[in-house]
Design a protein around this ligand. Structure first.
Ligand SMILES: [Mg+2]
Length: 326
C-alpha cells in the first residue's frame, strides 16, 4: 500500500485516551491517535511495551482503515465470545449476566495469575454464572509444560474447556504439551512468521490460531497470514476502542476458515469510548464501518497530559519512518 504523506497524516490525526473498566494485562487506559482518512477512521494505539518496529505495523493497519479498508466478503455477522479479564471475583456474576444478556454463550477467561487458585476460582465463577457457556481460557504463555498439563486437567474436570489459548510460551513447549493433553490448544503470541516459525511448526503446535488485524499490520496482511498458516482461525481484538474493533470485524468477515466465536466483545470492558460502543446483540456483532462520536473523541482527549499527546505525535513520526523502510 502506498503511504499517504506524513504531513497529511499529522493533519488528520487526533489524540485520544479511553479508560477500561478493569485492569487488562496491567493496562487501565488506551491512548493513541485516530486518523480521519478519505475512506473512514483508523486507530493507532500500540501498547507502549511494543517495539517501534511492531508499533509500525499498528500504524500500517490504521492507514489501511482510514485510506483503503477491505470489504466484507464472506459474512456480515460475527459470532462473539465474552472476555473475562482478571477482575475481582465478586464482580464476575454481574458481568457475565450483562454479557449473557447480549446473547453471548461462549466465554474466554484470562488465566495465568500468580496463584493458580485465583485462575481456578475465576473459571468456576464464570461457569456457575453462565450455565450454558463453553469456556475458553487464555494463559498468555505464563505456565510451563508440566504446570499446564496438570492445570488443564484440573480445570477441565470441573468446567469443560473448549480450548486453551497459549498455555505455554514457546512453540516447542506447545508441541510438547499437545501430546500430553486432550483439550484443543490455540496459538496467539507464537504467530510471528517473520521470526522463522513455519506454518508446519504452527500446525504441529496447535489446533486453532488466534489472529489479530491491527497488530498484524492490517486486515490484508492478517488474511495473508491466515492463508499461509492454513488453520481454523479465531479473530481477536487488541483491546481497541470501537473504532479499532471494526478492523477485527472486517478480518473475521473475510477469513476463509473461521473456527467460531471471536474475541471482539471487548467493548464490554470499555469505561469510555470514542465511538458509540460496539457490543454484541443476539451473540453477534454486525460488520460495520468505524464511526467516531465527535463529542466522545473531544472528551477523551480533554484530560490527556500534554506530554502524552507529544509522545503520540513523535511516535507517529518514528513509526512512519520505519514503515517507509519496510
Ligand atoms: Mg491471547
Amino acid at each position: 500500500m502506498k503511504l499517504p504523506p506524513l504531513a497529511e497524516l499529522q493533519y488528520v490525526s487526533h489524540p485520544f485516551e479511553v479508560h477500561l473498566k478493569s485492569d487488562f494485562g496491567g493496562v487501565k487506559t488506551r491512548p493513541g491517535l485516530v486518523f480521519r482518512g478519505p475512506a473512514g477512521y483508523g486507530e493507532f494505539a500500540p501498547f507502549k511495551h511494543h517495539s517501534p518496529e511492531h508499533a509500525a505495523l499498528w500504524l500500517q493497519a490504521a492507514i489501511e482503515m482510514a485510506y483503503d479498508p477491505v470489504l466484507p466478503l464472506k459474512r456480515l455477522e460475527i459470532p462473539i465470545n465474552g472476555i473475562v479479564p482478571m477482575m475481582p471475583l465478586e464482580d464476575i456474576p454481574q458481568y457475565v449476566k450483562t454479557v449473557s444478556a447480549q446473547g453471548v454463550t461462549s466465554f474466554k477467561v484470562k488465566c495465568g495469575s500468580e496463584d493458580f487458585a485465583d485462575d481456578f476460582a475465576r473459571v468456576m465463577a464464570v461457569r456457575e454464572s453462565a450455565q450454558l457457556s463453553s469456556i475458553r481460557i487464555d494463559v498468555n504463555g505464563k505456565w510451563d509444560v508440566m504446570q499446564a498439563k496438570e492445570r488443564i486437567f484440573e480445570l477441565n474436570a470441573f468446567a469443560t474447556l473448549e480450548y486453551v489459548e497459549q498455555p505455554v510460551a514457546t512453540i516447542q513447549e506447545m508441541t510438547q504439551l499437545r501430546n500430553l493433553v486432550d483439550v484443543p490448544l490455540a496459538i496467539d503470541e507464537n504467530i510471528r512468521l517473520s521470526t522463522g516459525i513455519s506454518s508446519r511448526d504452527l500446525q504441529m503446535a496447535a489446533d486453532i490460531a488466534i489472529l489479530k488485524a491491527i497488530p498484524s499490520g492490517g486486515v490484508r496482511k492478517a488474511l495473508e497470514i491466515a492463508e499461509e498458516i492454513d488453520m481454523p482461525i479465531v479473530v481477536s481484538g487488541s483491546m481497541d476502542t470501537s473504532v479499532g474493533l471494526t478492523a477485527g470485524l472486517l478480518l473475521a468477515a473475510n477469513v476463509e476458515d473461521l473456527y467460531g466465536a471471536c474475541g471482539l466483545g471487548t467493548g464490554n470492558l470499555l469505561e469510555t469510548d470514542i465511538a458509540n460502543t460496539v457490543l454484541p446483540e443476539r451473540g453477534v456483532i454486525q460488520v460495520q464501518n468505524a464511526k467516531i462520536n465527535p463529542m466522545l473523541l473531544e472528551r477523551s482527549a480533554w484530560k490527556m497530559e500534554q506530554a502524552e499527546k507529544d509522545f503520540w505525535d513523535n511516535y507517529l513520526v518514528t513509526c512512519y519512518e520505519i514503515l517507509e523502510q519496510m
